[in-house]
Ligand binder design. Structure first.
Ligand code: AMP
Length: 189
């Protein structure tokens, strides 16, 4: 199963990816997690990405495309993967299409997790409280910025994948268990 989870920050992509990886025994590929690990390890890529992420902007397509291309070649992706937080721009989606074609692979579905913006701001602020502010980008100004970036650069992917016949949408405002049941049902269609 080769999936993309698409949705604004705080919609529950990470939570749902973790549930799906248990159900389908395929890895979660989160470009955000990979970038945060690079920051923690103080690699040159991490140092370059940190300021961009802290202010809620997107890291360059070149950097994230390279991360994903390398990650897709790892043995644990042989039976599939769940992309969480990638692609985030049309250019990234086109790069992913090219990568998959190159590797002789195809996507099975793109799951859009729809969510209401005001609820998302509240969720991200709650996450900041629960984690003691572990993520520098979990504060109100930055979350509003990230939602704006989502609307402008990432939301057009909904139409992009709809045109490919891959899009399935679920309501991300339902309880976590309901959202995952809706995703399983959409995948079984
Ligand atoms: P996330 O953990 O998915 O919310 O990502 C946190 C931050 O990492 C984003 O706000 C971006 O700065 C950066 N990032 C993660 N994935 C991507 C991507 N596919 N393209 C560009 N920037 C990304």
């Amino acid at each position: 199963m080769r999936l993309i989870l698409l949705g604004p920050p705080g919609a529950g992509k990470g939570t749902q990816a973790k549930i799906l990886l248990d159900a389908y025994s395929i890895p979660q590929l989160s470009t955000g997690d990979i970038l945060r690990a690079a920051i923690a390890a103080r690699t040159p890529m991490g140092l370059e990405a940190k300021a961009i992420m802290d202010r809620g902007d997107l890291v360059s397509d070149t950097v994230v495309n390279a991360i994903v291309s390398e990650r897709l070649d790892a043995p644990d992706c042989a039976n599939g993967f769940i992309l969480d937080g990638f692609p985030r721009t049309i250019a990234q989606a086109e790069a992913l299409d090219a990568m998959l074609t190159d590797k002789g692979l195809a996507l099975d579905a793109v799951i859009e997790i729809r969510a209401d913006e005001d609820t998302l701001v509240q969720r991200v602020l709650n996450r900041a409280k629960e984690t003691g502010g572990a993520r520098a980008d979990d504060n109100e100004d930055v979350i509003r910025k990230r939602l704006g970036v989502y609307r402008e650069l990432t939301a057009p992917l909904v139409a992009y994948y709809e045109a490919q016949g891959l899009l399935k949408s679920v309501d991300g405002m339902s309880p976590v268990a309901q959202v995952s049941a809706d995703i399983r049902a959409a995948l079984a269609e």
